[in-house]
Design a protein around this ligand. Structure first.
Ligand SMILES: Nc1nc2c(ncn2[C@@H]2O[C@H](COP(=O)(O)OP(=O)(O)OP(=O)(O)O)[C@@H](O)[C@H]2O)c(=O)[nH]1
Length: 988
């Protein structure tokens, strides 16, 4: 409600001497009183020098105020003035006028009579122009016209020679106001949030400039003349379209603050920019020493069904002749190719045969272009949909966000007369199949989002929840799931609409495909998050060479760091070099489900090694390789062969014989085994307990080891499984089952899980292609994969009766946790974890109720022992302890620990901690992009680390990571939260 103006008597009583008693500068503060009008008597106080009437409801001034001839400062900000009150024009002594946050639509010429004005603040109004006469305000030192609708600034500004600060933020300027170049005394120029796309080359004329803010425009180039701004202390060019910073920007002598985030920067790369001005300077020095510009480079991965024509296409692309006798690709090939357009390609030609798909999917990296190849002639609109979906799902699961170009081969097989028409028709069919896939997947995610949003709405609106599919699930678990789904929706593979039809026989379409690849190699829109680099520092090239010379199959990032030192690459650039080298196909970074990210410095060598262990025709292959088994007796050979074919088990000597070329030393063997485990292909167990022969020098020849390859396991269900694990739980026995529904189950996932969980699955196990039955802590545990109409279900289950029920989670949960970890190796995979209703399982219900797996992240509700079995509409119950996992003490504390770290961690240390956790810069950038809130960014970093590295993401590891980066106080805070004394108080 508007207030009455203060009574006359009270006005004078409010006068104050603004600069202390005796100064004679009388000031009056009438701010923030909801005044709708000023008292007319105000004009009587002619000695008034400072008047503050801001934060009222004033629409005008009383006429008497024109008598305030001594007024030097007037603050009328935050009112509802639609025009500058004419009385103000008479206040000829005004030096400071603040009319910020009103509703002014124009500035009258009369204002320009205020020749003594030094500060004019007009921001947050509705001004569309400023009068030319503004040039008469020759004393002006500060002009703030931010937050208006100005599309240009008047020429007269160039005459304001005393101007030190000009703010025109948040307007609609489309061109740089060149008139400011005349203002040699200008120290601050703020043009954030406009629509500037070009800057003038003469920017360097403003030699006195200390602050230049151009945040959130559309600027593509920062002129080199910026290097002449020798007084510049702060430069803000965030949120623009800059691809490069001028070489030498890091050497500006006074530059202390440089904001460049959210630009598609290639030079310097974003990770270097993120490390600050010093890192930029070092990078640019290094770049200046680059020999020549490097050609564009691109990794292209060919995928698609066997016989689709991938290898033939590779041959056609690189200019080889077509031969009909092409043999099916063995696993994969890596073919380098330099196109005539001086673009270097690494063509990764993968085999389409199912058996190899688990062996080569490590080659699927995010920054490559995928050529999905189909035989166009054989394509059938009815029957091929499933095939197309399989490949799109496969790519989407592994490399969400990657660009996919579909290629139709065998066009020569259509009869000449109808060829053009038929090819066009089939291309349209193929394109429609891809579109259908895209729409269906989008709709599925949308539907799930709606269920979660519904559950969130219920949670927010009522404290007593009605039953719904997600009842019982905690708020934060729901929010995280929603966020995850939204991410899945946004980062799906980018399937190009245009299909490229080719014939490797007649070479028709091949030039078009070549042109398409060349364009992709140089086009930043194909890889918006990682534009291609055309010049790199010399040290990067040296590091690439050093990596290629490494004999290892894969290396730790730390070891890459050591090579980087040798090559002269500064530490902060290492992540960027590795990402660049992966994008061009020179190396591959592999994140195993356990432990830290590894680097394959020479993918060709790694591939050659893997090829020694797999073949689509195992029997024929073993026969072919029989020369390798010369040292085996016939019995030994037959036994080894049968073990592999029957049980997927390879003896150590067999493995060594097959891989002899790559595993000469014991260390090679150790590395090879670690690699196979990291890729989820095999695990090793001791055949017999090791003999402790004290007198023997022969330590561990490895011969008592055997290597289990789940991918080789027999198809059929061993008969003993049916006997030991009957379909229905016996009387009085309960079954605890955690499952995962996968609408699409990528090849190799289930084998990978078995490898990852091998320690938990023990040695008393029976394996077959789709399952493991084992004994863990005296309990039977079954891990299975079942294919159903709606995709696949992976379940892990155990049974117990009586008191034994309480220990079921101990058996099931570790494997379920590993399943969650393994799923992370397929970042775009849609999956739903669930806990099957134990009541439904006991009754053998065909369609048992599945409680949401989000419950696994939720603490059990206190005091609840029974839950309704939803499939009986609540008529029957299920024990809560068979639905909710028990409290996990360390976990509980970890939640508080994460909260403490997220609160206390300084933002400047955030990235360093992330790197210590083994996260890539791209992942860290993703977190920053996804969460604008700083605390949430910090929390998400910790959360992601914990989810990823579940078993090793312990409080102890967190403490040592914090110490590693010298954050000792924070490490102490963590210890305190865990109930330990700070390090310096513990007894030595
Ligand atoms: N007529 C004709 N035949 C082709 C064309 N492309 C490939 N072929 C033939 O199709 C067969 C399979 O070609 P490949 O290049 O081996 O197919 P792939 O996709 O590499 O197969 P995998 O390596 O098993 O995944 C070979 O006999 C090729 O000669 C084509 O454009 N026209």
């Amino acid at each position: 409600m508007a207030e009455e103006p203060p009574a006359r008597g009270t006005l004078r009583s409010r006068l104050k001497e603004s600069d202390g008693v005796g100064s004679g500068r009388w000031s009056l503060d009438l701010s923030g009183q909801y005044l709708a009008a000023l008292p007319p008597e105000l004009g009587d106080i002619t000695e008034l020098v400072v008047l503050d009437v801001s934060r009222n409801r004033l629409e005008s001034f009383p006429a008497s105020t024109s008598q305030l001839s001594a007024l030097a400062e007037l603050n009328a900000a935050h009112n509802i003035l639609v025009q500058v009150p004419p009385e103000v024009h008479q206040m000829s002594m005004l030096a400071c006028l603040n009319l910020s946050c009103n509703r002014l639509t124009s500035l009258p010429d009369e204002v320009t009579q205020l020749g003594l004005l030094r500060r004019l603040v007009l921001d947050m109004n509705k001004l569309t122009t400023l009068p030319e006469g503004i040039s008469q305000l020759s004393s002006l030192e500060e002009l703030n016209v931010g937050g208006n609708n100005l599309s240009y600034l008047p020429e007269g500004i160039s005459k304001l020679t005393k101007l030190k600060r000009l703010c025109a933020d948040s307007n609609v300027l489309t061109a740089f106001p060149g008139q400011v170049l005349q203002l040699s005394g200008l120290e601050e120029l703020l043009l954030n949030h406009n629509r500037l796309s070009d800057l003038t080359d003469n920017l360097g004329q403003m030699t006195g400039l200390k602050t230049l803010r151009l945040n959130s425009n559309r600027i593509q180039t920062l002129p080199d003349s910026v290097l002449r701004l020798s007084q510049l202390e702060e430069l803000d060019v965030q949120n623009n379209q800059l691809g490069a910073l001028p070489l030498g920007v890091g050497t500006l002598p006074r530059l202390a603050t440089l904001h460049v985030s959210n630009n598609p920067l290639v030079q310097p790369p974003p990770s270097v920019c993120g490390m600050g001005i010093e890192a930029i300077r070092r990078y640019q020095d290094d770049l200046a020493s680059a020999t020549t510009a490097v050609p564009h480079r691109l990794k292209v991965v060919l995928v698609g069904p066997a016989g689709g024509g991938k290898s033939t296409l590779v041959r056609a692309l690189i200019g080889g002749n077509h031969k009909n006798d092409v043999v099916a690709t063995h696993c994969a090939d890596i073919v380098p190719w330099n196109s005539d357009d001086n673009v270097e390609f690494s063509l990764y030609d993968t085999s389409g045969r199912g058996v190899y798909q688990a062996w080569h999917s490590w080659m699927f990296t995010p920054d490559a272009l995928y050529l999905l190849t189909f035989n166009l002639y054989d394509l059938d609109p009815e029957s091929s949909q499933q095939d197309v979906e399989y490949w799109l799902d496969f790519l989407n699961a592994k490399v969400p966000g990657a660009p996919v170009c579909m290629v139709g081969t065998h066009t020569d097989e259509f009869t000449a007369a109808l060829r053009a028409k038929k090819v066009a028709r089939k291309c349209k069919d193929l394109s429609e199949m891809a579109q259908k896939w895209s729409q269906d997947r989008g709709r599925d995610i949308e539907a799930e989002c709606e269920v979660i949003q519904g559950a969130l709405a219920i949670k927010e609106s009522t404290s007593k929840e009605p039953v719904h599919p997600l009842s019982g699930v905690g708020l934060s678990a729901l929010q995280r799931r929603l966020k995850h789904l939204q991410k899945l929706k946004e980062t799906r593979i980018q399937v190009w609409e245009e299909i490229v039809p080719v014939s490797a026989t007649t070479m028709s379409g091949i030039p078009d495909l070549r042109a398409c690849l060349v364009t992709a190699a140089s086009n930043s829109t194909v890889f918006p998050s990682r534009p291609r680099m055309t010049s790199v520092p010399l040290s990067w090239l040296t590091l690439e060479k050093l990596l290629q010379q490494q004999p290892e199959f894969w290396m730790r990032r730390e070891d890459c760091g050591r090579l980087a030192v040798q090559a002269g690459v500064p530490a902060e650039q290492v992540p960027q070099v590795l990402e660049h080298l992966q994008a061009v196909g020179s190396i591959v970074m592999i994140t195993p489900h356990h432990g830290e990210e590894k680097v394959a410095p020479n993918p060709g060598r790694l591939l050659a090694f893997l090829c020694t262990l797999v073949n689509h025709d195992t029997e024929a292959w073993l026969k072919e390789e029989s020369a390798r088994f010369q040292n085996f007796s016939k019995v030994q050979y037959l036994e080894a062969r049968s073990d592999l074919l029957q049980h997927g088990v390879m003896s150590h000597s067999m493995l060594c014989a097959l891989t002899a070329k790559y595993t000469r030393t014991t260390q090679d063997q150790v590395d090879a085994l670690e690699l196979l485990r990291g890729l989820g292909l095999s695990y090793s167990v001791r055949k017999t307990p090791q003999r402790k022969d004290q007198n023997s020098n022969h330590k561990n020849s490895g011969n008592d080891w055997q290597h289990c390859f789940p991918v080789y396991c027999r198809d059929s269900l061993p008969s003993e499984v049916g006997m030991r694990w009957v379909p229905l739980p016996p009387v009085n026995t309960d079954q605890l089952e955690v499952g995962c529904h996968l609408p699409f189950c990528p090849p190799g996932l289930f084998s990978h899980l078995r490898v990852a969980a091998y320690r938990h699955l023990g040695t008393e196990r029976v394996d077959w292609q789709t399952g493991v039955l084992t004994q863990v802590a005296d309990r039977l545990l079954i891990l299975q994969k079942n294919s159903t109409k709606d995709g696949s279900h992976i379940t892990v289950a155990s049974r117990a009766c009586g008191e034994g029920r309480s220990s079921l989670w101990q058996v099931v949960l570790p494997v379920a946790d590993i399943l969650s970890q393994v799923l992370q190796c397929w970042p775009g995979l849609r999956h739903h974890l669930y806990v099957t209703c134990a009541h439904c399982l006991r009754k053998g219900v065909t369609n048992p109720h599945r409680f949401s797996g989000l419950l696994l992240l939720t603490t059990p509700p206190p005091g609840i022992t029974l839950l309704d079995c939803p499939s009986t509409q609540g008529a029957q119950t299920v024990q809560a302890q068979l639905v909710y996992p028990p409290h996990r003490d360390p976990d509980q504390k970890m939640d508080s620990v994460l909260e403490v770290v997220a609160t206390k961690l300084e933002l400047r240390d955030w990235r360093r901690l992330g790197r210590t956790f083994g996260m890539t810069d791209a992942e860290l950038d993703d977190i920053r992009y996804d969460f604008s809130d700083v605390h949430e960014q910090k929390y998400q970093l910790l959360w992601m680390w914990r989810r990823r590295r579940r078993s090793i993401a312990t409080a102890k590891r967190l403490v040592s990571a914090l110490k590693e980066i010298e954050l000792h106080d924070l490490a102490d805070a963590v210890r305190e939260t865990l109930g330990y004394k700070p390090a310096n108080q513990t007894a030595s």
